[in-house]
Write a protein that binds this ligand. Structure first.
Ligand code: SF4
Length: 171
């Protein structure tokens, strides 16, 4: 059985920078939970960020640029937290591999977990298409990442992965 890496704040745990969580109301989520598929991790808290904490944004590029050393992650006060965000991304990859994860479902918009959009680095509430650093690292490792608002797509992808992995090998 393939498991699903999920953002630690998904389901309501108040782990976000502003001490809130993201509620989920979905039969898909309930089924995954009953099947024991959910592997919950907050990459930021896992590397020592407190709750609450300063908001952070990717500045000077995208998540791929952060991983490759060409862009930074800054807190709103200006503290450079790039290395911690890279460590958080690695923590997510390690956990996913260790747990036998097939896909990830992460909270969109976060500089760590975002998978379709992130904030634009100006701390003005403006968003742009892009990924968070952990989402990018997971994709580089071959793990598909879906935003929390696309559980239907995520479930379809997981079913297809399991169908392929359970198919008898061609002789
Ligand atoms: S880093 Fe991810 S799991 Fe942690 S609070 Fe932010 S969105 Fe949620």
């Amino acid at each position: 059985m393939l498991r699903v890496l999920v953002s630690g704040c998904l389901g309501g745990a108040p782990l976000r920078f502003n001490e809130t969580g993201v509620p989920v109301s979905s039969p898909i989520w309930d089924r995954w939970a009953a099947e024991g598929r959910l592997v919950s991790l907050c990459p930021e808290v896992a590397v020592g960020f407190p709750v609450p904490r300063e908001p952070a944004e990717i500045v000077g590029g995208g998540a791929a640029d952060v991983l490759d050393g060409r862009a930074r992650v800054l807190e709103v006060s200006g503290r450079d937290v790039t290395d911690l965000f890279r460590a958080a991304a690695q923590r997510a990859v390690d956990r996913a591999v260790q747990a036998g994860v097939g896909i990830a479902v992460l909270v969109d918009g976060s500089p760590t977990c975002g998978s379709t959009y992130v904030h634009d680095g100006t701390f003005t509430g403006v968003t742009v298409a892009g990924s968070g650093v952990a989402a990018e690292a997971l994709r580089r490792r071959g793990i598909p990442v879906f935003p929390h608002h696309q559980l239907d797509r995520a479930a379809a992808a997981l079913a297809e992965l399991e169908r392929v992995s359970l198919r008898p090998r061609d002789r």
